[in-house]
Design a protein around this ligand. Structure first.
Ligand SMILES: [Zn+2]
Ligand SMILES: [Zn+2]
Length: 346
């Protein structure tokens, strides 16, 4: 098969690679679309532990395709079924897994992160994922590209759910990348009356307004802006969708009484210690949380939102490439140009 094979820091080559073999309990999926995520960009730029010229990895964890082949013990799936592929799998037996949170499992593995993933013509789906229900049949009208993006949206849904956004809420999203815009869309879906998006890049904010003219955008002086927009109330929910420590401090400042804050974007290792005015949490009775990845249930829910047309992810796809052109997709993602870059295998 053809695959974009990652050999370590800034070294990915599109080449022939052995088509994965499956055992009796596994499934082979023919990948149709795979989306480039911020995580892929981080892996590409920083390298990945234990991945080198002799131990390559096929990355890409946001994917959808068609079931090509099933092992002889697999009864739940049949070849030809169009599926969204949820990449995360847990051990299945620890406390987190039993609670339905395989994405938090200590022995967590994921396609495109620790196992070969979606930037290839085929992906092997291990037994843990087959048994776990990671292959979710798609409705005919949902495209592979939309289904691929569902993974990122499921992580956003996890963060958004923690903020318990209710009809009538004011919401602020800090960071207008694809993830930030997805948060804004989710907030609106949940009934927010005002969704304010803050970013330092004007072109990003322009894109936000194009996607949904009801989004209110702000570049500078976000604290007085929020105060004015909310008539002094503050925002009921704040999501930091950027790796910036100051955004976390701002979040506490602009939150209304009983506000909910999600530190969605992780911080670089060397900047993770952030001085926060915890009296703001105390006196405003704030709830501060953070999330990572998403449960399978959340993935399935989000695919349902996309199917039902409650959330339109098509607008987020700003460029599509063939597998041969994947380098161009990474260039755009690295330059933070556009939103989701999708690789189509045909
Ligand atoms: Zn992702
Ligand atoms: Zn587990």
């Amino acid at each position: 098969m053809k695959a974009a094979v990652f050999y370590g820091k800034e070294n990915m080559r599109v080449e022939e690679y052995p088509t994965p073999e499956i055992n009796d309990n596994e499934v082979l999926v023919r990948v149709k679309s795979a989306a480039i995520c911020g995580t892929d960009v981080r892996m590409y730029r920083n390298g990945v532990k234990n991945v080198d010229e002799n131990h390559p990895l096929i990355i890409g964890h946001e994917m959808a395709g068609v079931i090509e082949k099933v092992g002889k013990n697999v009864t739940a799936y049949t070849p030809g079924t169009r599926v969204a592929v949820a990449p995360n799998m847990g051990c299945g037996i620890c406390e987190d897994c039993i609670r339905g949170n395989g994405h938090m499992c200590k022995d967590y593995k994921a396609l495109g992160i620790s196992l070969n993933g979606g930037f290839a013509e085929y992906v092997r789906v291990p037994e843990a994922a087959v048994r776990g229900g990671n292959l979710i049949p798609m409705e005919d009208h949902v495209s592979y590209a939309e289904a691929a993006i569902t993974e990122a949206l499921s992580c956003v849904y996890n963060g958004s759910s923690q903020c318990n956004i209710r009809p009538g809420d004011y919401v602020l999203v800090i960071g207008a990348g694809p993830i930030g815009i997805m948060h804004a869309m989710m907030a609106k879906m949940a009934g927010a009356v005002k969704v304010i998006i803050n970013d330092i890049a004007e072109n990003r904010l322009e894109l936000c307004r194009e996607i949904d003219p009801s989004f209110i955008t702000v570049k500078d002086d976000v604290i007085p802006f929020v105060r004015k927009e909310t008539k002094g109330h503050g925002v009921d929910a704040v999501i930091t969708a950027c790796p910036v420590p100051a955004a976390q401090q701002t979040a506490l400042e602009v939150a209304a009484n009983y506000g909910r804050i999600c530190f969605f974007g992780g911080l670089p290792e060397d900047r993770k210690m952030v001085p926060l005015n915890t009296n703001l949490i105390h006196y405003k009775q704030l709830i501060c949380t953070g999330t990572t990845r998403a449960s399978l249930k959340q993935f399935k829910d989000v695919l349902g939102f996309v199917s039902a047309g409650i959330i339109d992810v098509k607008k987020l796809i700003t460029a599509e490439f063939s597998l041969d052109e994947i380098g161009k997709g990474f260039e755009l993602a690295i330059a933070a140009q556009g939103l989701k870059n999708v690789i189509n295998m045909d």
